[in-house]
Ligand binder design. Structure first.
Ligand code: NAP
Length: 485
């Protein structure tokens, strides 16, 4: 990483605000989940610095908003070029701070590039419209304008892609952005800031603030310069933000937690079903908001699916993300590992039978859990009701499609859902009745840049990606023109 502020055993990094790198005496350590050892120090900004950053962003706003979308798009393409140029370094940094296998980190960098290029072009399609008048002598225009300075709060599980999923559309729409990354994973954001600088992004249009989540979000919530907060993280923090946003009616975009059901029907192609269930469950070491939390298999195919699934799980390689050929990395920290082990203990206590894994990998120093399969878990077990965020696959059986839909929807969450089936009628019924923002049919990785992504119920407000992702950073105004005789 090029922009370290201080050379020591553990390198120290800072924030990027007011067009300069900033460090302070207050700092925290970033820990490698594969070794449980610190790999960097990051200094934090306080509320005063953030206030200044917001003023600086506001000063940059008019010129950025006045640029043509095509010119802004050209800047976004340059950021993408820079990210591609430094792909290997960025991917290794994601592995270092997050733990995921290198190939998946490279995939995340590819996803990030794709998001930047999509919104670089989509910005040019921020269309308004002309609406036929109801009364003679009037004309009606619908006009889209950038919302203003945007705050983004990102999670650690896809530290680069989920930040850029907010930043790219906001910038494309004409909004300056301030990024606040997760404390576990600020290093890839430092690299992103370097790419922004190298791409010639005007100083106030992108700023990076690393620091205490509560302090920073308080300023975002209370400062009138900040016109919208786009947050990805847990439903618990989402609820907190909603409560605190009420005072100033601060607009929020919330990408929150999930509890995805995955339904395997008798008529599925078993090979595809097993392959895609492995992806839906174990990608990102199970730490994905759209990870399949609960697997329901129809009785006629249950034994064969479970046998084949366990055989596929046995082939998964678990270990440090930097070692070649790994499929599953460590969990992000000790808390994540403890929570996963607690879910396993709870499932077993309630009658679940472990078919694979079930414990931490004691030979490895980091936060590694064996890929785990548990069958016969009752519906009231914690792993069927609380987001797991670990490579644990609870499998239960069902009889009918109606029962599967009822059990799938029996949760306050609705981010994603999956089904393995070849029946076209059923695919339409599931699309209509499953309560989820994204539905993967025979597809364990359904998210794609050009389609909207977001949750229903307690999984969030608003959509990212697709055309909807741009719309989130645009105001829609109606202009009524009279006297047009
Ligand atoms: P989290 O605790 O909510 O953290 C997410 C982000 O919010 C981090 O940057 C965190 O900072 C920050 N944060 C913590 N407390 C805050 C507060 N009081 N005010 C404002 N920001 C605060 O979530 P997590 O458990 O680390 O991440 C996993 C969760 O994110 C899961 O529930 C997952 O489903 C969800 N997620 C959702 C999506 C989606 O698109 N829907 C995508 C990925 C993840 P610190 O790091 O300093 O705590």
């Amino acid at each position: 990483m090029g922009e370290e502020v201080e050379k020591s055993e553990v390198v120290k990094y800072g924030s990027y605000l007011e067009g300069k790198w900033f460090t302070s005496g207050s700092e925290f350590e970033v820990v490698d989940p594969a070794t449980a050892k610190p790999v960097a120090k990051v200094s934090t900004v306080g509320r005063e610095e953030l206030k200044r950053a917001l003023i600086f962003a506001e000063a940059a706003r008019p010129a950025w908003a006045a640029m043509t979308a095509k010119s802004r798009g050209a800047v976004l393409h340059k950021i993408a070029d820079e990210i591609v140029r430094r792909k290997a370094e960025i991917a290794r940094t994601i592995v270092l701070e997050n733990g995921k296998p290198l190939a998946q980190a490279e995939g995340e960098v590819g996803m990030t590039e794709d998001q930047l290029r999509w919104f670089a072009e989509e910005g040019r399609r921020a269309y308004g419209r002309v609406v036929p008048q109801q009364a003679n002598g009037k004309r009606h225009l619908i006009v889209k304008t950038p919302i203003g300075v945007v705050a983004t709060i990102a999670p650690w599980n896809f530290p680069l892609a989920l930040a850029v999923r907010k930043i790219a559309p906001a910038m494309a729409a004409g909004c300056p952005v301030i990024l606040r990354p997760a404390s576990q994973t600020p290093l890839s954001s430092v690299l992103l800031a370097q790419c922004m600088i190298a791409a010639g992004v005007p100083a106030g249009v992108f700023q990076l603030v690393i620091g205490n989540a509560g302090v920073i979000s308080d300023e975002f919530l209370e400062n009138p310069i900040c016109k919208k907060i786009s947050f990805t993280g847990s439903t618990r923090v989402g609820q907190l933000l909603i409560e605190r946003a009420a005072k100033n009616i601060k607009p929020l975009c919330l990408e929150l937690g999930g509890l995805a059901p995955l339904l395997v029907f008798d008529d599925c192609d078993l090979e595809i079903a097993v392959r895609e269930t492995i992806i839906a469950k174990f990608r990102n070491s199970g730490q994905s908001c759209i990870a399949s939390n609960r697997i329901y298999v129809q009785k006629g195919i249950y034994k064969e699916f479970v046998d084949r699934f366990c055989a596929a799980v046995a082939k998964l390689k678990t270990g440090p993300g930097m070692e070649p050929g790994m499929d599953v990395g460590p969990l992000v920290n000790q808390g994540g590992l403890d929570a996963a082990l607690a879910q396993i203990r709870d499932a077993v206590k309630l009658g679940g039978k472990i078919l694979a894994g079930g414990d931490r990998i004691k030979e490895l120093p980091g936060f590694f859990l064996q890929p785990t399969v548990i069958e016969g878990v009752p519906d009231d077990a914690a792993c069927m009701n609380e987001e797991t965020f670990a490579p644990i696959a609870p499998i239960v059986s069902f009889d009918t499609e109606a029962e599967a839909i009822r059990r799938a929807n029996d949760t306050p969450f609705g981010l994603s859902a999956y089904a393995m089936t070849r029946d076209m009628g059923r695919i339409f019924r599931l699309s209509e009745h499953l309560e989820a923002g994204t539905i993967g049919i025979n597809d364990g990785a359904p998210t794609t840049t050009n389609c909207p992504f977001g949750g229903v119920k307690q999984s969030g407000w608003g959509r990212e990606l697709g055309s909807e992702g741009l719309d989130a950073f645009l105001e829609t105004k109606h202009v009524s023109i009279g006297g047009v005789e």
